[in-house]
Write a protein that binds this ligand. Structure first.
Ligand code: ADP
Ligand code: ZN
Length: 717
């Protein structure tokens, strides 16, 4: 019996008379005073004599976890060096889904209801009403959790007549229809679609890279693979990096298949999660679109997996079980004997190399659908073409903005930095405002009138006087964030309709969707955005994209800095000129000769990849070598240091396996915890997991210290 706890092994239980269990069955078992959900993993180990074993309490009436599902849990656990029970917890993330669905009591806000006399509008009460003003009905427990108060507050509001009770019926999920015809495909698209269809129909494992420029019809083509899976009576899983930002994708899917897919991500309500999990396990959900965690749903018979924007770093889960969803998806497809399609206009170097060496198949879509041209990319050399002091837009970009607006078209300014200014310092003494819990500057958010830490969320008011020297009015903002660019735009183009699009200025998926629609209707002239708007949106009137600081991602010494910058800027550039009018992209940079800038300007994607691959090969770095990181953290810096040093001394070393560190992590302090890192570098053929397991066995780790293992690290912070 495997339990969803951080345990290394399965536990034995006795099966009471009259109960029949098969491997994969979901059951309730006692553990100490608690009752837990477990999964039957196999016959007992027999180490405890059967008279002393506790008995299984009951079996849940849901289909058992499949053999493939169980092997997948074990595989992920072994690869990421996470206890299997911890991985299992991701697969049984909604315990209520195991019970037969009951209608649940939920509340809506009663329109126009006034509080009765004497009813005090406390903050928690206000928060609940505000939550309900925008959103679906939710159960008292969900409301209480979201508002951070007790359920009695919700009941109080209901008794005061401010809420309308509704009974939530199980969510009805639509059934996409594969018989509906798609658009007429171009010859190239048809070839690609036929190839994918054939793979799905053959029902064998294969990994395919669907490699095509933005707007070439990759989505249209992989819809055909989904349609083929449905025709076979199987399910399809589509992973998207940020499902909450993908309203356009969902609408498009619904238009193509006549019904929306089931969604799986963190924004779902508890009832939606319960109903979706249950329906998936019974095979009633043909298509799931979701974030990383959708990989762990109980599919009875998956026919294809699609990983859209496969290069996106959002696929790496950095907390809890640390895993890369794309890589785990490939393993899932392999275990289940089904095809997986990795989709990107700028594949990860890992995937590119696998395709070049024919480990993965490759399907190419080289041109935009309907003949739309790829935008023209120009470099703006900030050393010559200088913005005025305390301003950030160069004269040539200002001119291009003027022309675009005069032509009745839209422009976007991209800066991947939220807030007003990334650093606040005192002009008198030079003091810099730093987060007390993290190695990070506090970011000024002028709209919210706060300083904020982007790592731990700490907020404090902007100081009027310098906290160090006490001078008044000397605190100055350094550098730009999107809010500051918006200020400059308002100064330059007072009549233009401009808006900021960033995750902290838009609250939730709905707000993002509204903004996207209003851009589509041309209700805005200039959009100033962060990464949120780099994602697959399609705006026909958007013809100019200005990248305020193209060098931003290149600093910091990250292994993938150049690759990521290239991918991000390429994706941002792809927003321009998607309609009939040609697009223009301007990259402001201090390093126009940098290979990333040169490749972007020349449209030479493969040249860039080749150079990057050569450098990685030379250095023995992924994908040509292997990395694994240990992050040692704790509240006591001396103890952290001591454990890190002990790990350093006990490290496995050989001619081929090298250990770097221990070194203070770049974020040496994060949320109040001190952090040291060790990095293992080994040849690609080395299995790092057994080496790390033996290594950790040699060192005593005190309970106050946490050692996280990150196999194939993507973040080096
Ligand atoms: P990608 O996923 O490669 O960025 P999309 O599939 O989103 O490309 O296609 C870009 C645009 O072109 C979309 O609006 C899509 O509907 C349209 N499109 C692509 N292929 C076709 C086709 N064969 N017929 C009609 N429209 C198409
Ligand atoms: Zn912080």
């Amino acid at each position: 019996m495997l339990l969803p706890l951080p345990l290394r092994e399965a536990y034995d239980y006795r099966v009471p008379d009259g109960m029949a269990l098969v491997p994969g069955d979901f059951v309730e078992v006692p553990l100490g005073p608690r009752r837990l959900i477990g999964v039957v993993w196999g016959p007992g180990a027999g180490t405890v004599e059967s008279g002393r074993l506790k008995a299984v309490v009951r079996r849940f009436d849901v289909p058992p976890m499949t053999e493939v599902g169980r092997r997948f849990v074990e595989w992920v656990a072994a690869y990421t060096m996470t206890p299997p029970g911890f991985v299992l917890r991701m697969a049984v993330s909604v315990p209520s889904a195991l019970e037969p669905p009951k209608p649940m009591l939920a509340y809506l806000r009663k329109p126009d209801a006034e509080p009765p006399p004497g009813f005090k509008m406390t903050d928690p009460r206000k928060r609940i009403l505000a939550l309900l003003a925008d959103g679906p009905p939710r159960t008292p427990a969900e409301l209480a959790e979201e508002a951070g108060c007790g359920v009695t507050v919700v009941r109080g509001l209901a008794e005061a007549g401010l809420l309308d009770p509704v009974m939530l019926q199980p969510t009805r999920l639509g059934r996409p229809d594969w018989r509906r015809p798609g658009p007429a495909l171009s010859a190239n698209q048809q070839g690609a679609a036929d190839d994918l269809r054939e793979r799905v129909t053959s029902g064998c494992y294969s990994t395919v890279l669907l490699d095509g420029v933005t707007g070439s019809g990759k989505t249209e083509v992989y819809y055909e693979a989904i349609s083929a899976a449905l025709e076979q009576g199987k399910q399809a899983l589509v992973l998207l990096p940020e499902i909450a930002l993908s309203a356009q994708w969902l609408d498009r899917f619904a238009r193509r298949f006549g019904a929306p897919p089931a969604e799986w991500h963190s924004e779902l309500t508890g009832a939606q999660r319960r109903d979706t999990w249950r329906a998936v396990s019974k095979g009633e959900v043909p298509v799931v679109v979701g974030a990383r965690s959708a990989l762990f749903l109980p599919y009875p018979d998956l026919g294809v997996i699609i990983v859209d924007e496969e290069h996106d770093s959002a696929y790496k889960q950095e907390e809890g079980a640390i895993y890369h969803a794309r890589d785990m998806a490939v393993a899932r497809a392999h275990l289940g004997g089904l095809p997986i399609v990795l989709v990107s206009a700028t594949p990860s170097l890992e995937t590119k190399v696998n395709a070049d060496s024919h480990r993965y198949a490759r399907i190419e879509l080289p041109s935009r659908h309907g003949g739309a041209l790829l935008p023209d990319v120009e470099l703006v050399d900030l050393r010559r073409d200088r913005p005025p002091a305390r301003h950030w837009l160069a004269p040539s970009l200002r001119k291009a903005l003027t022309d675009t607006l005069a032509g009745g078209e839209q422009a976007m300014l991209f800066l991947n930095r939220r807030g007003y200014a990334p650093l606040t310092l005192c002009r008198a003494c030079g003091h810099r405002m730093q987060c007390p819990n993290c190695t990070a500057w506090l970011v000024e958010h002028r709209l919210a009138r706060k300083l904020q830490c982007h790592h731990c969320g700490l907020q404090q008011p902007l100081p009027h006087a310098c906290p160090e020297c006490g001078e008044e009015g000397t605190m100055a903002a350094c550098g730009p964030g999107v809010e500051r660019i918006a200020e400059e735009v308002a100064e330059l183009f007072p009549d233009a309709r401009a808006a900021i699009m960033a995750s902290d200025t838009l609250h939730g998926p709905r707000a993002i969707q509204e903004m996207v629609e209003s851009i589509g209707r041309h209700e805005l002239d200039i959009i100033i955005g962060t990464q949120v708007m780099a994602k697959g949106h399609h705006f026909p009137m958007l013809t100019l994209v200005g990248v305020v600081d193209a060098d931003l991602g290149l600093n910091g010494g990250d292994l993938r800095a150049a690759e990521r910058t290239y991918q991000l800027l390429h994706q941002v550039a792809g927003r321009a000129g998607r309609g009939e009018r040609p697009g223009r992209v301007m990259l402001q940079t201090f390093m126009p000769e940098h290979p990333v800038m040169q490749a972007l300007a020349a449209g030479d994607r493969d040249g860039f990849y080749q150079l990057e691959a050569e450098m990685r090969l030379e250095a023995g770095m992924p994908p040509f070598g292997r990395l694994a990181a240990l992050i040692v953290s704790g509240e006591d810096p001396t103890l952290v240091e001591r454990v890190a040093m002990a790990l350093g001394r006990a490290a496995p070393r050989s001619d081929t396996v090298h250990i770097l560190g221990p070194a203070p992590a770049p974020l040496a302090l994060l949320r109040g915890r001190h952090r040291r890192r060790l990095l293992m570098k080994a040849p690609r053929s080395t299995q790092v997991q057994p080496l790390i397991a033996e290594w950790l066995d040699r060192v005593e780790i005190p309970p106050a210290i946490r050692v996280q293992i990150d196999v194939d690290p993507y973040s080096f912070l």
